[in-house]
Design a binder for this molecule. Structure first.
Ligand SMILES: [Zn+2]
Length: 302
């Protein structure tokens, strides 16, 4: 069961399944509404915001025995007026109830993967905005570009744990382990303190940049451990990953290199969706980042 719905497939807004939203957004019109033989048999349909397939909204007017609140349930078969894709349906996090996925697990290309590619390129500036916020420092445009490039290279859009509501974090997750040398890490005070304390040969400048110190060092950042879990009571999907910074100065082996900083990043799809639905006249987007994203996409020719 899902706790959210969209009116139609594609880049459309996402709403919680409540009686108010169902009445206001869907109304009693086809294809969202089908009148039953008796009053209690009326059916409401909408679109799953994770896989773009049809869901039936249940418990909107009559509370369901098994659920304390309204919810969306996948129809599972083609239904008139809605798009249908079997592979995307099978990989919807509400159908494929896995808490973790192998980072190398891939599914076939389909409408969701194509939509992820389109979003990754056209919304790259906002994706980077979200990630800089989550990392608590402003990593460089080139750093961001390498993440997107690796996401394309790894076919991150076909990862079995990818869906329409976790794109920004999946781009970070598939990014390579990257050196922090030269990055403005100072805004993340905890990270800067740990670097000063644990890698004394490194230097953090007054402006917060990680610079050459008394001797050579190698400090890398990586995102790992993508986890997803559906909360049984509410139907909310909770997702997270770890951001880890390790000191590779003495060893190139990730199992040996000391971890100097770690942070759990909780995915917040609402935040990203608010950004992408900002009215054009109020939106400010970084043209340089968008240009970089277009160049990368053109290279991969997908
Ligand atoms: Zn779904």
């Amino acid at each position: 069961m899902t706790a959210h719905f969209k009116v139609s497939a594609g880049r459309t807004a996402c709403y919680p399944v409540t009686r108010e939203h169902v009445e206001e957004r869907l109304g009693r019109r086809a294809p969202w509404f089908r009148q039953g033989q008796r009053r209690g048999d009326d059916q409401h349909f909408a679109v799953c915001p994770y896989c773009d397939n049809a869901i039936q909204l249940k418990g909107v007017y009559r509370r369901h025995e098994t659920s304390p609140r309204p919810y969306g349930s996948h129809v599972g078969t083609p239904i008139e007026g809605f798009e249908f894709d079997q592979i995307d349906l099978e990989h919807c996090p509400f159908r494929l109830s896995r808490k973790s996925h192998g980072k190398s697990d891939r599914r076939e290309m389909g409408p969701v993967a194509r939509q992820l590619i389109e979003l990754a390129v056209s919304e790259f500036a906002r994706i980077v905005l979200i990630l800089r916020d989550d990392f608590s420092f402003r990593f460089s445009d080139a750093f961001a570009e390498r993440m997107l490039d690796q996401w394309f290279d790894s076919c991150g859009f076909c990862y079995t744990g990818a869906h329409l509501r976790n794109l920004p974090w999946m781009i970070a997750y598939f990014g390579p382990a990257q050196p922090l040398f030269g990055q403005a890490i100072g805004a993340n005070a905890e990270l800067a303190d740990r670097v000063r304390e644990k890698v004394p040969q490194a230097s953090v400048s007054e402006s917060g940049r990680l610079e050459r110190g008394s001797a050579w060092f190698a400090i890398d950042l990586q995102c790992l451990h993508h986890r997803m879990e559906v909360e049984a009571d509410t139907g909310e999907l909770h997702e997270s990953m770890k951001l880890r910074v390790q000191d590779f100065t003495a060893s190139n082996d990730a199992t040996v290199a000391p971890t100097i900083y770690q942070k759990q990043i909780i995915f917040a799809p609402d935040r990203f969706e608010r950004l992408i639905h900002t009215p054009k006249e109020r939106a400010r987007r970084d043209a340089g980042l968008l240009e970089r994203a277009q160049t990368i996409a053109a290279k991969w020719q997908l």
